[in-house]
Design a protein around this ligand. Structure first.
Ligand code: FE2
Length: 195
C-alpha cells in the first residue's frame, strides 16, 4: 500500500474523491507509481457501496475527477450493453470497478506490421476488481450487463491531450483517436438506455 499517501492524510472510512486524488498524487512520487496507485484504487473499490453513493452511475459518459499533465482520474459509466472500440492510451492505467461489469478485450499489433489487430485475450472485471494496463495496451471495452457499470480509471499522464489511436470495428484499421466519436458513442448509448 502507498504508505506515504496513508501518512499524508488519514484515509476516511467513507470514499471521497478528494482523498482518492490526494492519495494517488502522492503515489506518483514512489518508485513504482502504477503499483502504488493500484493499491490505493483496490482500497477504494473494496467498499463499492461507498463509491456508489458518491459517484452515481446514472448517465453513461466520462467525467474528469482530476486532470493534470502527469495524472488523470476519470469516472466512467458504461450504459447497459454498450461497447467502446479498440484504442490505446500510451501511458499506464489502473482500472477499478465499483458497480456492474467491464469486459476488456485485448489486442496487439501484428508482428509483421500488417494492418489491423490480433486479439490477445480478454478479462472480465467485476465489482472490487482492479487491473493495471501497460502503456502499450490496446483494448476494447464492453458492458455485457443489462445494468450500468461504474468504474474509476486512473492514467499516468494527460489522458485528454495525449495523441493516440483507435481501431474501429469491423476492419480495425489504425487511425487517430477521436474524442468526438467517443462522445457520440456515449450519447447513442444513453439514448438507447433511456429509450
Ligand atoms: Fe481504454
Amino acid at each position: 500500500v502507498c504508505t506515504r499517501a496513508q501518512s499524508a492524510r488519514q484515509w476516511r472510512a467513507v470514499f471521497d474523491v478528494d482523498d482518492l486524488t490526494e492519495a494517488t498524487r502522492t503515489c506518483l512520487e514512489e518508485s513504482e507509481p502504477r503499483q502504488a496507485v493500484r493499491d490505493v484504487l483496490e482500497r477504494a473499490v473494496a467498499r463499492p457501496e461507498d463509491v456508489l453513493r458518491q459517484l452515481r452511475p446514472e448517465t453513461a459518459g466520462i467525467t474528469l475527477l482530476h486532470h493534470t499533465p502527469e495524472l488523470t482520474i476519470i469516472h466512467v459509466v458504461w450504459a447497459p450493453g454498450m461497447r467502446l472500440d479498440a484504442h490505446d492510451h500510451r501511458m499506464w492505467a489502473v482500472i477499478g470497478i465499483y458497480a456492474g461489469r467491464e469486459l476488456n478485450e485485448f489486442y496487439r499489433r501484428p508482428a509483421d506490421r500488417a494492418p489491423g489487430l490480433v486479439p490477445s485475450g480478454d478479462r472480465q472485471l467485476d465489482e472490487r476488481d482492479v487491473i493495471m494496463l501497460g502503456s502499450e495496451t490496446i483494448h476494447a471495452v464492453t458492458n455485457p450487463l443489462t445494468v450500468p457499470t461504474g468504474a474509476i480509471h486512473i492514467y499516468g499522464g494527460d489522458f485528454v491531450h495525449q495523441p493516440r489511436s483507435q481501431w474501429l470495428d469491423p476492419d480495425l484499421v489504425e487511425e487517430p483517436y477521436d474524442f468526438a466519436r467517443t462522445n457520440e458513442t456515449f450519447a447513442r448509448a444513453n439514448a438507447g438506455w433511456r429509450g
